[in-house]
Design a protein around this ligand. Structure first.
Ligand SMILES: Cc1ncc(COP(=O)(O)O)c(C=O)c1O
Length: 408
């Protein structure tokens, strides 16, 4: 039997269970060396979650350092262009460091201090998680090493420069496809030999328990704010909520507070890449099958022998063959609809938001804009579609210029 089918049922917000399972998904598939560190992290996180002083310190930082709550913005001209529902943007792009990633890194940096660890490592694809980790570490004075694939170092040069300015050491990863998946492999390898002194600030809702839960909880501030903002503006919840899915952290943070609001449609957008052919996209929820990657059981792009496949996306942050286990659970329970957006459609959505609204979205977020525009076009003008604008596009300007040249 396909183990994924075990989890079919109604999606509950009351997951994971004590073993880190979301239905059949999640769990912990790691060498024994890491078990103690993960246990310590789970215990420390449970204590922190129950400690009002911890939440108060994080809330203060999110307000004064990050600039939360992030704005809830009516994209009027973009809505007119679509000719359907009203599009509202949850503006994570205006956070300090330019993306949602900072919400999670500040929370995990506080956990690092609570655990008495003296060094932080991280992995990054688009560089936004690397910059956010370097920023949190500079803020607290913690030494920081960031692993990054060579291909991503090329694509995301401005973020590499920022990480170095912030005092982080960026270690190029030259194995495999030299992208996010290889960077996570290297970070895990480092952690195995440094676990007593080092905390690994994972950047998405992936990895072994308790990471998917910790990252989801720290990112849920996005959806909680959007919920309050919707009720304040419209006196009701939105009709649809749309977010892009790489590992899945901005989407998990956006969706989780709406999971039990059955009337709200939730749409996750994967990277459709160049084509539906194997190796041409990064859409494990659309084309993958359940398997183990980076310590967790979830949908993965893999071949018949269980080997993880190469994937492709125009955006470094979505260029990943796996996805967080809670998304797999939401897929199989039918609570979230997953779709994909091709490279070219994301580039067109980038142009649409830039020209209609004066906002340059990150290439990752452009996937959500493209799908959100489609969702809006099918609705009436009294309906509301909220799109998570996960990050800003400055980091992608040079890459977009190159891609446009290629398209000519
Ligand atoms: C702006 C932005 N959006 C989305 C993502 C994808 O990550 P996740 O799916 O964890 O939100 C990234 C990853 O780097 C990113 O930088």
């Amino acid at each position: 039997m396909n183990p994924a089918s075990e989890s079919v049922g109604t999606a509950s917000a009351n997951v994971p269970d004590a073993t880190g399972r979301y239905g059949a998904f999640g769990g912990r598939y790691v060498p024994e060396t890491l078990t103690r560190a993960l246990d310590q992290l789970a215990v420390e996180y449970a204590k922190a979650k129950a400690d009002p002083a911890f939440q108060a310190e994080l809330d203060q930082l999110l307000q004064d350092f990050v600039g939360r709550p992030s704005p809830f913005y009516h994209a009027k001209r973009l809505s007119e262009k679509c000719g359907g529902a009203q599009i509202w943007l949850k503006r994570e792009d205006v956070n300090h460091t330019g993306a949602h990633k900072i919400n999670n890194t500040l929370g995990q940096a506080l956990l690092t201090l609570r655990m008495g660890k003296q060094r932080v490592i991280a992995e990054t694809g688009a560089g936004q998680h690397g910059v956010a980790t370097a920023t949190a570490c500079a803020h607290f004075g913690i030494p920081c090493v960031v692993y990054m694939g060579e291909e991503d170092i090329r694509r995301q040069a401005p973020n590499v420069f920022s990480m170095k300015l912030l005092g982080a050491e960026v270690r190029p990863v030259t194995t495999g496809s030299r992208t996010l998946r290889d960077a996570i492999n290297e970070a895990m390898r480092d952690w195995m030999s440094s676990v007593d002194t080092t905390h690994y600030i994972l950047g998405s809702v992936v990895g072994p328990h308790p990471f998917p839960q910790i990252v989801r909880d720290f990112q849920s501030v996005i959806g909680s704010e959007a919920r309050v903002q919707s009720l304040a503006r419209f006196g009701r919840l939105p009709d649809s909520v749309v977010a892009c899915v790489g590992g899945g952290s901005n989407a998990a943070g956006m969706f989780y507070p709406f999971i039990e609001d059955k009337e709200v449609e939730l749409v996750g957008v994967e990277a459709g890449g160049r084509s539906d052919g194997a190796g041409d996209h990064a859409s494990p929820l659309t084309f993958g099958s359940p398997g183990v990657l980076h310590g967790s059981y979830s949908y993965v792009m893999q071949d018949d022998d269980g080997q993880t496949c190469d994937v492709h996306s125009i955006s470094a942050g979505l260029d990943y063959p796996g996805v967080g286990p809670e998304h797999s659970y939401w897929k199989d329970t039918g609570r979230v609809r997953y779709t994909d957006c091709k490279d070219n459609a994301a580039l067109d959505a980038f142009d649409a938001l830039a020209s209609c609204e004066g906002i340059l979205p990150a290439l990752e977020s452009s996937h959500a804009i493209a799908a959100g525009m489609k969702v809006a076009a099918e609705k009436s003008s009294d309906q509301i579609v909220v799109i998570c604008l996960s990050g800003r596009g400055d980091k992608d300007a040079a890459e977009i210029a190159r891609l446009k040249e290629e398209r000519k």
